[in-house]
Write a protein that binds this ligand. Sequence first.
Ligand code: AMP
Length: 223
Amino acid sequence: MNVLIFLGAPGSGKGTVAEILAGTVDGFRTVSSGALLRDAVKSRTEAGVAAEATIARGELVPDQLIAAMIGDYLKGLPDDSSMIALDGFPRTVAQAEMLESILAANKARLLQAAFLDVPRDVLLFRLSGRRLCPKCGAGYHISTLPPKVAGMCDTCNVELITRADDQPATIENRLKVYQQQTVPLKAFYEDKGLLTRFDAAGEAGDVARAIAGDLSKWRTAQA
Ligand code: AMP
């Protein structure tokens, strides 16, 4: 299994770009640590209940908790040459170290860490306009990806919500946590020769195409 890490601030488009790649590149899967946690909260698992308040404050859940969830997820995947994008994990240097053991245990190799670089004003614009369908999970943006009827999901016709952690005060906190705890990962992967920066201020489709264009190069380099 080939692993691609998506590194970037909240709102940098990691999830959107990874979903586009999963829809366009054969054998490409993606898993979002945030989505795994939100599912756990929704289904009231022990981990979900333990993580709920931390997520709502925009802080990071304990390294062990999320590493165990990602480890379990990867264990369930076929042992083949397909590609899996990790969207939102690792987010601390401790998690990056835990990932190394997870990869070894699953006979998986790390191809690259793709760093999606977006200026702060663009991040704030994206995060504050983000809306979510509570039923099907579809994402919208009030200016750039509005639903057909304001405030309603196109598919489910239920009212869209703002994620608790997309409230203005929490957005500030998430960006601060990102600076303090996740930015050091850039140097961590750069030192290993495994970091590629992508300008991600524009369209997600362009970023996905740029990453898709580098996949075979990374596969060859890590073979
Ligand atoms: P995201 O959907 O990636 O923005 O994640 C939403 C929230 O889930 C984050 O603000 C954190 O509270 C939590 N979370 C997601 N991934 C991680 C991680 N790798 N480590 C710790 N907390 C995480």
